[in-house]
Ligand binder design. Sequence first.
Ligand SMILES: CC(C)(COP(=O)(O)OP(=O)(O)OC[C@H]1O[C@@H](n2cnc3c(N)ncnc32)[C@H](O)[C@@H]1OP(=O)(O)O)[C@@H](O)C(=O)NCCC(=O)NCCS
Length: 137
Amino acid sequence: MGGVHWLAVADGTVVGHVSVVPRILEADGAPIVTGYVEAVAVHPDWQRRGIGSRLMTESAQHVADTYALGALGTGEQPFYERLGWERWHGPTFERTADGDVRTADDDDGVMVLRVPASPPLSLRERLSCDWRPGDSW
Ligand SMILES: CC(C)(COP(=O)(O)OP(=O)(O)OC[C@H]1O[C@@H](n2cnc3c(N)ncnc32)[C@H](O)[C@@H]1OP(=O)(O)O)[C@@H](O)C(=O)NCCC(=O)NCCS
């Protein structure tokens, strides 16, 4: 929902997508204005041709120009590691009206992209995201 979207189009058909939405992450309580990367997908017939990498490169430039950190949640960590993304090693939480709720199932999937405006991070801090409907991360 919202944010900036990139579409890969071939022969008039959308074959790939990525979006970046604004979120506030907190690392050990310190807020970081973050570009959160979502809905990364390339049509199966068009995978392994560099489209996903191109979409990520374009959106990463936007993150670097606009935000103090990139973040995403994934089960495809190797794809993102090639592009400079790093795995988060600290515990993750979602900030809700009832307080912080642990999101242990997401710990392994959270990755970040450091950009020039990023604060110093060990990647072992306690990391929380703002509440939203649907998936936390
Ligand atoms: C993950 C995905 C977006 C990659 O898009 P793509 O256009 O196929 O990626 P690229 O062609 O740019 O891949 C470049 C390299 O990334 C690596 N790579 C691609 N997909 C990968 C995957 N699923 N896991 C690990 N590495 C992957 C490969 O090294 C690949 O190079 P190679 O083809 O020479 O081996 C695509 O496979 C996809 O849409 N998958 C289903 C949806 C999904 O999992 N989205 C991510 C959810 S967070």
